[in-house]
Write a protein that binds this ligand. Structure first.
Ligand code: CTP
Ligand code: MG
Length: 264
């Protein structure tokens, strides 16, 4: 297939693998949602926050790791017919990505489409895939590296997650407290979630076929009877979901750029 220079180059992962002694590590960003809860009238990954689109910020963290040789490539799943991505990400960065217009009806279907495309293009069953929400734009390269280091020797793989700090209440149908849920051992799942391509294709394909509602990759792996590793992630790696999250994200990004500017 001819490379589409407008949206990014195609890769042949099998050629790349021949030059590596370790399994490849490829990031897969589902970027095909509509952002309905954000209510902005357009997909939230294309909304501008602190001077860049949300997905541009997300991609910068992954691109830095590619530059360091810790990650071998970044693939982005778009809705078929998406015309906003090319406006939202500068050409020089797009050149280094693989863009796959295979998004589906749910996040899980978009990830599934992306995994199938990666396999078709030569990524192997034992290669690693780091699935990360395009809308989780506060991820930092150091956290990505921590996940890789924690998971690359693991038989199953794992995910960034945060121990739940708040007291948890279960609500009744009237919105009153039914009981308090002990928060011991409870973690809030984040992304990236890092699993081998072969395992993830197998469990996600089976879970979707069985009609299991899959909201993250780890959920599919657990459903298949395996226990992903929890790797403590940063509290500010939140997913932009509701309108107020955009203001919070802008504050974090502004604070980071100020602290970079004042570092001796
Ligand atoms: N996503 C996707 N394909 C879908 C749905 C979601 O690729 N069919 C992506 C989103 O673009 C986002 C990530 O999955 O980067 C997390 O999903 P979510 O926060 O639910 O985003 P949206 O589905 O866009 O938002 P909402 O549920 O509020 O409509
Ligand atoms: Mg959604």
């Amino acid at each position: 297939m001819e490379p589409d220079s407008r949206i990014g180059r195609m890769s042949d992962w099998s050629i790349l693998r021949a030059t590596h002694r370790r399994p490849l590590r490829v990031a897969l960003l589902p970027c095909a949602g509509r952002g309905e809860r954000a209510g902005g009238g357009r997909p939230k990954q294309y909304v501008e926050v602190a001077g860049r689109s949300v997905v541009h910020w997300t991609l910068l963290a992954f691109d830095e790791l590619v530059g360091q040789g810790q990650l071998d490539g970044v693939a982005v799943v778009l809705s078929p017919g998406d015309e906003e991505f090319v406006q939202a990400v500068p050409p020089a960065l797009r050149e280094r990505l693989q863009v796959m217009p295979v998004g589906g009806a749910t996040r899980a279907h978009s990830v599934w489409g992306g995994l199938q495309a990666l396999a078709r293009e030569g990524l192997g069953d034992t290669d690693w895939v780091l699935v990360h929400d395009a809308a989780r734009c506060l991820i930092e390269p150091a956290e990505l590296l921590r996940l890789i280091v924690a998971c690359e020797g693991d038989a199953v793989g794992g995910l960034l997650a945060c121990p739940v700090p708040d007291t948890l209440k279960r609500a009744d149908a009237l919105g009153r407290v039914q009981d308090t849920v002990p928060r011991d051992h409870l973690w809030a799942a984040q992304t990236p979630q890092m699993f081998r391509l072969g395992l993830l294709r197998d469990v996600l394909g089976r879970a979707l076929q069985a009609g299991i509602p899959v909201t993250d990759e780890a959920g599919a792996v657990e459903w298949a009877g395996q226990a992903p590793k929890l790797v403590a992630g940063p509290a500010d790696n939140f997913k932009l979901t509701y309108p107020d999250d955009f203001r919070r994200a802008a504050e974090v990004l502004a604070r980071r750029s100020t602290s970079i500017g004042t570092t001796p």
